[in-house]
Ligand binder design. Structure first.
Ligand code: GLN
Length: 477
């Protein structure tokens, strides 16, 4: 079953039975889900079978059949669906069912995909391991003692064990890419504004994008083609057509890769080794390399976290025990709201609200929030200059997937894991993470970054790298 998703969809469009594919995926879920716990909610098997039958009838009648025909898609549980609950991994929203679908969900359904369920995440997408979910940690299918990365860890894990063909994740500071690196899957954070955020529960609005995830580069491209492009329901959506991505690998001799010191150095030894092997291979095939340094990037993590916390503190103000499931009991307004929040929010979310409010408060605003936005602007300018002339080759994670519980004693240990990924969010540029190989059975990924709306460059480079590594569609067994 490790065929690529685009191929499965083509076979179904050509007449293969979609019900058979649903049964294959249900078998994988049956076998793995108990141990991995990737999903917060799963649709009923009968409902999935019924969708496959409906599609089958459509095909027989010769009606138009969509690009994702019969593919099973998992959706991160901070993306709204009208028929399955959307919790954002928080007690605050436990049992909440949205009155509408996110635009990305609508588009996936229009292309005849079948949504299999909603995947686990760190509460409100705040975290790097999926351990901060209010429900349970998700495990990494490649090593059940380890985390799958976060915050889209449930999406990545569902792909890695074959419980879905494609997944919708979200990426505010690396949440689709870090899990991709830890599970040998592919995650693409699109250019800011390319994918509608309508129906994405906001964490850091100015940074985040719904992000396609899959087991191969071509599959990620397919999903981006479906969800990308202008949406009148999102005021920050760019006025661009749906992207069309050419599925042919890059020509190495036409490639120029920039190695920015701050995005390359500082990773554990097995990661460094595989990274440089790949770069040298590309260079021996004719790619040109340029090494440079952007010293300002040492400020990327503090700038990212200051902005993300500030935006989070404003976004989470809507949870006051009124419109959403977790309520306070009676008493004064302060007591009522305080109780709802004490009950509904986890420790890390509370920490971020407090720090965000502080960074925005009178007297400290200039020193923290405003300063961070200036650093962001300067980083964006520097990155844009570089991606004008080359694709940036970067690490995805400084460390191999850690053991469950290993990094929970100090929040800084979690923040540190995002050192290479937050840069693309600050700059608003697209970034792709794909697998390079394994060290002691643990996946290692690489990250590529291009200029705004240059997703096609990332895809064709990704396809070339798949040819070099031979890794495509890997699934844990
Ligand atoms: N780990 C980062 C954070 O906690 C990024 C999360 C994300 O991309 N949603 O903010």
């Amino acid at each position: 079953m490790s065929r690529e998703a685009w191929r499965v969809a083509e076979e179904i469009r050509a007449g293969a039975d979609p019900s058979r594919h649903v049964e294959e995926v249900l078998e994988r879920i049956e076998r793995w889900e108990g141990a991995v716990k990737a999903f917060i909610s799963l649709d009923l098997p009968e409902a999935l079978r019924e969708r496959a039958e409906r599609l089958e009838r459509k095909i027989r009648k010769g009606e138009r059949v969509g690009k994702l025909a019969g593919l099973l898609v998992s959706v991160k549980d901070n993306i709204c669906t009208s028929w399955l609950p959307t919790t954002a991994g928080s007690r605050m929203l436990e049992g909440y069912v949205s009155p509408y679908n996110a635009t990305a969900v609508e588009r996936v359904l229009q292309e005849d995909a079948i949504i299999v369920g909603k995947t686990n995440l760190d509460e409100f997408a705040m975290g790097s391991t999926t351990e901060l979910s209010a429900f349970w940690p998700t495990r990494n299918p490649w090593d059940l003692e380890r985390v799958p990365g976060g915050s889209s860890g449930g999406s990545a894990a569902s792909l890695a064990y074959g419980g879905a063909d494609l997944s919708l994740g979200s990426d505010t500071g690396g949440s689709a890419r870090l899990p991709a690196a830890y599970t040998a899957t592919v995650g693409l954070k699109p250019t800011y504004g390319l994918v509608s955020r309508y129906g994405l529960i906001p964490y850091g609005n100015s940074l985040e994008q719904i992000s396609p995830m899959a087991r191969s580069v071509r599959d990620v491209a397919l999903l981006l083609e479906v969800i990308g492009g202008w949406d009148p329901k999102d005021a920050t959506a760019l006025r661009v057509e749906r992207p069309r991505l050419d599925p042919s690998p890059a020509e190495p001799r036409a490639l120029r890769l920039c190695l920015v010191k701050e995005m390359v150095e500082g990773a554990e030894e097995p990661i460094e080794k595989l990274f440089w092997n790949t770069i040298h291979k590309l260079s021996s095939e004719g790619a040109q390399l340029e090494e440079l340094s952007i010293p300002l990037l040492s400020k990327a993590l503090p700038a990212y976290y200051t902005i993300a916390f500030a935006e989070a503190s404003s976004n989470l103000a809507r949870y006051a025990g009124i419109f959403y499931p977790t309520k306070g009991s009676s008493g004064s307004w302060e007591k009522y709201v305080g109780e709802a929040r004490a009950r509904g929010f986890g420790r890390e979310v509370k920490r971020r609200i407090l720090m965000g409010v502080y960074a925005l408060s009178e007297g400290f605003r200039d020193e923290f929030y405003v300063a961070a936005t200036k650093v962001r602007r300067a980083i964006r300018d520097e990155v844009l200059k570089v991606v004008k002339r080359c694709v940036i080759a970067a690490q995805a994670s400084p460390i191999l997937p850690p053991k469950i519980g290993e990094r929970l004693d100090d929040p800084l240990k979690l923040y540190y894991m995002d050192m290479y990924t937050v840069i693309a969010n600050l700059a608003g540029v697209p970034a792709l993470v794909q697998p390079l190989g394994f060290s002691q059975g643990l996946p290692i990924g690489i990250q590529w970054m291009a200029g705004p709306l240059e997703e096609s460059k990332l895809i064709s480079l990704g396809l070339l790298v798949e040819e070099l590594t031979g890794i495509k569609g890997a699934m844990a067994e």
